[in-house]
Ligand binder design. Structure first.
Ligand code: 4AD
Ligand code: MG
Length: 439
């Protein structure tokens, strides 16, 4: 017999069905026994009249919460049942896996234990409807990203994550043993997505793992995360990258709202707003002036940069002034940007780069890249990088390479912004941090 998903039971009224899921609740009463069964599409009440079958009644009484069950029964219309106005009259039951009791984490509980404890028991934590919804939304997000890219002539690449040289600055780098020698884990697909520009692919994207040996314990940093990267050729400036990104994001929000808007409202209390384009743009100088105006003092070591508190304030400012959750901060000083960012012709102290903040959180860094070999080499040396270890990268720019730019976006950070989550640990399947390698 084929499985019927709980969400499709209304079409099966009067029929015999097989339903499979977790035992959400058991109400074992004197005459009646009620089981609430849960699958990814919903919950259903299953009823059994005790005297009808004593063996079955005993089997039900022995069930523990969250056991994995297969049930057989007949679907009946019953308007007084709160769960969808129907129930299943139980005929037989198969226990696929009896859950041990007590549960270390009860996914049906109203109050949640600490986030750290939840991560220890993540597979139980993920049974909560809110967690499930998050990953359904994330699936829709990635699908919408791909739809928009493919409609716009992008090619998907998968670049290696094991590298012979650092892929960004050399900071936050994981070194690994590689046979007799050593290797590094990719800090981004930066170099290889640029290689695709030298390869004449015009436009590429990659969704893949990114590794950062960042020892910080914040609500927005992980040592491994999913990076969303794209790169496009024949641009005039970083402005072309930003206008692509804002329309791409608008499309993602639109698609997600269509398919998951109601669930997002129900499980996250968020009324998803499709952002208006263009997003406001603030130069770094303007951002500093706004922060100064609000008496926000950046820590001195953050010279030329913005810290999380400053980002939050700017997010609030833009929300109030322009009604947008998103803002591009542009024209970052070279001191806080990598060597491969292109510089302004008329102001070589500034890069043609941007960060995108969503609700005051950095979700993207992007830029036009320097595609001219001599200048790139000079910029690398200026930053104290030796040409030799990155010569393979530098060679991409020796035999014809179009002007190009792109960005990197952290998937979990986008989910935080979209669903208004306070901590990145909520927004990722399994968190990886300096002291978290399990489960
Ligand atoms: O800002 P990042 O470091 O920029 C790059 O990797 C460049 N190669 C991008 C480019 O095309 N110029 O990383 C990109 C994004 C960040 O904006 C942030 O959303 C996310 O990746 N990110 C992290 N997410 C979680 N944990 C971390 N430790 C992160 N570091 C960066
Ligand atoms: Mg950044």
């Amino acid at each position: 017999m084929e499985r019927t998903l709980i969400g499709n039971l209304r079409q099966a009224i009067g029929q015999k069905v097989k339903v499979q899921g977790f035992l959400h609740v058991l109400r074992d009463q004197k005459k009646m026994q009620f089981l609430v069964l849960r699958d990814t599409t919903g919950m259903v009440q299953v009823a059994h009249y005790r005297p009808a079958n004593e063996d079955l009644a005993n089997q039900i009484s022995a069930l523990t919460p969250e056991s994995a069950l297969t049930i057989f029964g007949t679907v009946v219309d019953n308007p007084i049942v709160k769960l969808g106005g129907l129930e299943i009259q139980l005929e037989s039951l198969l226990v696929n896996n009896l859950a041990e009791a007590p549960l270390p984490l009860d996914p049906t509980a109203e109050t949640l234990p600490s986030i750290d404890y939840r991560m220890d028991w993540r597979y139980l934590d993920l049974r909560r409807r809110q967690s499930l919804t998050l990953f359904q939304v994330e699936t829709a997000v990635e699908m919408a990203m791909r739809e928009y890219w493919v409609q716009n002539g992008f090619i998907e690449i998968q670049s290696p994550k094991i590298m012979g040289a650092p892929s960004e600055s050399g900071a936050e780098l994981f070194e690994i043993k590689y046979f007799e020698g050593k290797a590094y884990l990719a800090q981004s697909p930066q170099f290889y997505k640029q290689m695709a520009m030298a390869a004449g692919f015009d436009r590429v994207f990659e969704i893949g793992p990114v590794f950062r040996a960042d020892p910080s314990f914040t609500s927005r940093h992980m040592t491994e995360f999913t990076g969303i990267d794209m790169e496009m050729s024949w641009i005039d400036s970083h402005d072309d990258v930003m206008s692509f990104q804002e329309r791409w994001l608008q499309y993602i929000y639109k698609r997600v709202k269509e398919t998951h808007g109601e669930a997002i409202q129900e499980y996250f209390g968020v009324d998803l707003v499709v952002p208006e384009v263009p997003f406001p743009r603030l130069t770094m100088a303007e951002a500093y002036a706004i922060l100064k105006d609000q008496n926000y003092a950046l820590p001195p070591e953050k010279k030329g940069d913005i810290d999380p508190g400053g980002e939050r304030l700017l997010g609030q400012y833009v929300k109030e002034k322009y009604g947008n959750d998103f803002v591009f901060i542009i024209d970052w000083p070279i001191a806080v940007r990598p060597f491969y960012h292109m510089r302004h012709e008329d102001n070589p102290g500034l890069t043609k780069s941007f960060d995108l903040l969503g609700s005051g959180l950095e979700i993207t860094t992007g830029a036009q890249r320097e595609h001219r070999y001599d200048i790139l080499l000079r910029q690398a040396e200026e930053k104290g990088l030796h040409a030799e270890p990155i010569q393979d990268y530098l060679n991409f720019f020796r035999y014809g390479c179009p002007p190009h730019g792109g960005f990197g976006l952290g998937l979990a950070r986008l989910m935080m912004v979209m669903l208004n989550l306070p901590n990145i640990r909520e927004a990722v399947y399994l968190f990886r941090g300096p002291n978290r390698l399990t489960p």
